[in-house]
Design a protein around this ligand. Sequence first.
Ligand SMILES: [Ca+2]
Ligand SMILES: [Ca+2]
Length: 467
Amino acid sequence: MSWMHVMVLAALGLGMMLGQAQAAEVKRPNVLFIAIDDLNDWVGCLGGHPQVSTPNIDRLAKRGVLFSNAHCQAPICNPSRVSLLTGVRPSTSGVYDLNQPLRSAPALEGAVTLPANFKASGYHVLGRGKIYHGKPYTDEWHDFEVKPDARNKQFRVKPISRLPKIRVRDFGPIDLPEEQFGDVINARWAAEALQRDFVKPFFMAVGIRLPHVPLYAPKKYFERHPKSGVMLPRIKPDDLADLPPAGLEITRYMDKTPLNHRAVLKTKSWHEAVAAYLACTEFVDRCVGLMLDSLDKSAHAKDTLVVLWSDHGWHLGEKRLWAKRSLWEESTRVPLIFAGPGLPKGQCSRPVQLLDLYPTLAELCRLAKPPQALEGRSLLPLLRMPSAPWPHPAITTFQRNNHAIRTERWRYIRYANGDEELYDCAADPHEWDNLAAQPEHREVIAQLRRQLPKMNAAAAPVRSAAR
Ligand SMILES: [Ca+2]
Ligand SMILES: [Ca+2]
C-alpha cells in the first residue's frame, strides 16, 4: 500500500468518524426545561382541584408521559432545586434550607450542575427566570439574563388581601397588564428563542415564578373564580388529633408568619386565597401555552424534549397548614411531564423523584459523567414503558433527619426524634388516618424504615446575605 493510499484511507476514516460524530450530534434532542415554582397537583391532568383549568399543561401531558406520583426531595425552594440540579440528596449535601448556597456546600464541591453539564457536553445552554433559588450562576450558561418583575411591587404599595402584615405573601387580582409580569416576559422570550436556528442542540430552561407568593395575577384570571363559587380543599375537622408531636410542630410553622390558618379564618379569606392560587396556576398555564405554541410552529417541534416540573407542592389549609414545609402529599407531590421524540404517550403511577431528572436527561442527551455521584435513577425504563416494574420509593427530606418514604401505596414519615406516621395512600388519599400505631402495620413500617437514607449530613454553611 502506498503512502498516499494510507493518507487517503486515513482521511476517509477520519471523515467517517466525523460524519458519525455529526450524525450522533444531530440525534441528540433539544430540551425545553420548564420549571414552575410552588405548583402542587392542582392541575387538570393530576386532578388535584376540580375547578382548575390548565389546558396547556394537560395537552403536554397527553403527548408524553405524565408521572402522577412524582415527588420533590425537599419541600422548600432552595434544597429542592439544589438536589435536582446536582442529582444529590439533601441528606447527602447538607443543603436543607433556603440560605445554603449550592457552591458553599462542602459535599458539593466540584459538582457539575445540570445546566453546566449540558454546556460542557456541547449543548447551547440558555435560560430565563427562576431555575436556581436566588441569583443564577451565569457562568453555567451561554445566555442567561434576569429581568425585573413588576408583579412584586404591589404589596409594598397596597396589599390586596385582608390579612394583617401580609406583605410578600399577599394574594389577589392586580391591575397590571400581563406583559409586565416576569413570567410572561420570560415565556415570550422563550417563544421567540424557539424560532431561531441553532447550530448545536439547545438546552433552554425557563423558570416560572408563579404560583409562588405573592399570588398576583391580572384581573381576568380571577373572573373564572368568584369567591362564592370556589371549592375549598377537603378537610377532616380532627385531622391533627392523630399526629405525633413532631408532625404537630410542622403544622404550627406558618403560625409564625402572616399567612397562617387562624388569620385566614379570622379574616374570612380562605375562598379568596384558593381563588388566587387557581388564578395564578391558570396564568402559569397561559405561559406554558405561549412556549408550546411557539415550539409547535418551530423547526424544532419534532426533535425537542419538553420536561415540565415544579419544585414542590403547596398546602391551602390542609392540616391547617399554608405553603410548603411539610412531609405530606400536599408538599411533596409535584407535576412532572416528559414529552418529545421517541417517547410514548401515557401515565406512570410509579413513585419517582425530581432527583431522577439529572440521570434521565444525562442518558437521553448523552451528557458527560459528572464528578458527583448521582443518587437518582434514570427514568428511561418508565419512559419506554410507563407500567414497567419500579421497586424504588420516592424520598423527601425536610431539614435534617426528617424523611418521608412514598411508595405506590404508602407514605411513611419518620422525624428526627423518632416520631412516625403511616398513611395508606391508596385507601386514604388525603392522608387523614395515621396508621403508625396499629400493630398490624408493624411489618410494613419495618420494611419502609429500611429504605430511609443512611446518611444525614450536617447542615451546609449558611449565607444569609448572598443568594
Ligand atoms: Ca418553590
Ligand atoms: Ca389525621
